[in-house]
Write a protein that binds this ligand. Structure first.
Ligand SMILES: *Cc1c(COP(=O)(O)O)cnc(C)c1O
Length: 389
């Protein structure tokens, strides 16, 4: 079944642009809230997946927290209405100004990824006469079985502190006085579809917490990060990620305890399915060997296929003629500017609208201006009909 797009309303809009279905976003948010509430789990949205102001404010209005990975994201989250006590700040390379910003804005937690960072946060907090609340990001050495560019929890990765160094971390914490350890943090990768990886993570977390308790380190927060995958192949059949199964894994393997909060930081799974990149076909180039559909969108608008070989379902919204086979490419002067090879599409003509589906996460937020191209605009299902052009 094809999803219905309001093509009449696309008429005068400059392509390419992002189109967000706000009903899907709302349904997704409702679904995760319902599942999280069953176990009293706390959900922070990973802002990097999509920092479009309208998307951010919809998520902040639904009372989520925000997981930020830069000073700019902290400012964007505050601007969108996320309260400072629900903002956490992760990332391997926090600049001094970003740490200062986090302290000045009284964010709830710095997720610390190295011992040198811990010491710098202590120094900066001391200079301000503040106490920084921190969680230690531990590398649990769990292989998420996802693309190597989006796996983050093995010892080969730059993220987090390896467990062998935990005694060193505890000693460092004992020697500094302007940070307070409140929890531990994990994030093992993205677009994870094998639930087994999350089970392994929760079992590791039990062991880590047990060790810390022996060392008389008591945790208020356990943060399991994000990473839940979405169905890129069948967005219409599976518009909602399986939040129920995700949380049940943790519920089964990781005990809840009074006074200790369990957090999650989904990005992709909240916003991936609500967005599509809408593009027009500029040319159909038919060779003897293959046919190219050349779009006005390129990797500057949606880089996931180029960056990780990711696949997006592509639909021709303007044609229901017999299908043909195309390589779907963009106009950018790089051979890697290709969205898909040898895909079946209803016969393509110049001027047809093509939708690249499931593009709500890591689409608009990764757009760039290479070739002096403009950044793609965004339109929303609930307001597009009222646009006066
Ligand atoms: C990117 C990231 C997330 C979100 O990952 P998704 O796969 O989009 O759910 C969560 N936490 C941290 C620390 C991240 O870097």
């Amino acid at each position: 079944m094809k999803k219905q797009f309001p093509i009449e309303a696309f008429g005068n809009l400059q392509t390419p642009f992002y189109y967000y279905d706000m009903d899907i976003l709302t349904e997704t948010l409702n679904s995760i809230v319902e599942e999280a509430n069953k176990y009293n789990y706390y959900v922070h949205y990973a802002v990097k997946a999509n920092a479009n102001p309208r998307i951010l404010s919809a998520i902040s209005r639904a009372k989520f927290g925000a997981d930020c990975v830069s000073g700019g994201e902290i400012l964007a989250a505050l601007e969108a209405g996320f309260p400072e006590e629900k903002i956490v700040f992760a990332g391997v390379g926090k600049a001094d100004w970003e740490i200062e910003l986090g302290l000045d804005k009284n964010i709830s937690c710095f997720n610390v990824e190295s011992i040198p960072e811990l010491k710098i946060i202590d120094q900066i907090a001391a200079a301000k006469g503040k106490i920084a609340k921190v969680a230690i990001r531990i590398n649990p050495e769990v292989d998420a079985h996802t693309h190597s560019h989006i796996t983050t929890g093995t010892r080969e990765d730059k993220f987090g502190i390896n467990f062998e160094q935990i005694d060193q971390v505890i000693n460092t914490l004992d020697s500094i006085s302007s940070v307070k350890l409140t929890g531990i943090h994990f994030h093992i990768g993205s677009q994870i579809t094998e639930m087994e990886s999350f089970a392994t993570l929760s079992i590791k977390a039990v062991e880590i917490e047990r060790y810390l308790t022996q060392r008389r380190v008591f945790l208020e927060n356990i943060n399991f990060g994000g990473g839940l995958g979405i169905d890129y192949k069948s967005p219409d059949e599976n518009p909602l990620p399986d939040f129920k199964a995700w949380f049940e894994i943790f519920r089964k393997n990781f005990p809840t305890r009074p006074g200790r909060k369990i957090h999650f930081e989904p990005g992709r799974s909240l916003v991936g399915q609500c967005g599509s990149l809408i593009s027009k076909v500029l040319y159909v180039k038919e060779g003897s060997f293959k046919s190219f559909a050349i779009l006005d969108a390129g990797f500057t608008d949606l880089i996931r296929p180029t960056l990780y070989g990711a696949g997006h379902k592509i639909e021709n919204l303007s044609s229901d003629e017999v299908q043909d086979i195309y390589d779907v490419v963009g106009p950018v002067c790089e051979s890697s500017d290709c969205f898909a090879r040898a895909v079946k599409l209803n016969k393509v003509h110049r001027g047809d609208y093509l939708a690249l589906r499931s593009a709500g996460a890591y689409g608009e937020s990764m757009a760039m201006q290479y070739n002096c191209r403009s950044l793609p605009k965004s339109y929303f299902s609930d307001t597009i009909q009222n646009l006066k052009i």
